[in-house]
Design a protein around this ligand. Sequence first.
Ligand code: PNS
Length: 162
Amino acid sequence: MAIAIYPGSFDPITYGHIDIVRRAKKLFSKLYIAVVANPHKSPLFTVEKRVEITQAALEEAGINGLEVISFDGLLVECARIHNADAIVRGLRANSDFEYEFQMALTNRDLAPEFESVFFMTAGKYSFLSSSIVKEVCMYGGDVSTFVPSSVERAIKERITRP
Ligand code: PNS
């Protein structure tokens, strides 16, 4: 079975990401979660904190045997370093397609040896994003159905103690 890398901002990880992890884990012998150091959007958490939160969330969700890493620069370079065969991404609604298509074809152009593999999220998470979770949490809403409790605590802590 092949090695895969699941990259993202994970700012922070949600049940939507965790759903993709569970699906990908069934197909690959090794799965890395790769947290990008410098996402496009300015992140709420540092990369070190995002790695820590991701590890705690996976543990809370009872998922083990994964390695959470961080990377800076091109994803394909990180994939090469870790001997990955595939790049995993999740798809929610139609609106994700164009962005994912562009990234997958760019990555294929840069490094044809990697296949991009997409998993459809569970319908109940098809609206969910890290941005929505942060917004709801900032206004005091209940995010317990969106993220594990360790993630909720981390957001609240970050909001009250910036
Ligand atoms: O969770 P996100 O923010 O949608 O993840 C985007 C991510 C991290 C996968 C993407 O921005 C990325 O791969 N960044 C690394 C830089 C890179 O390799 N760019 C070229 C491919 S588009």
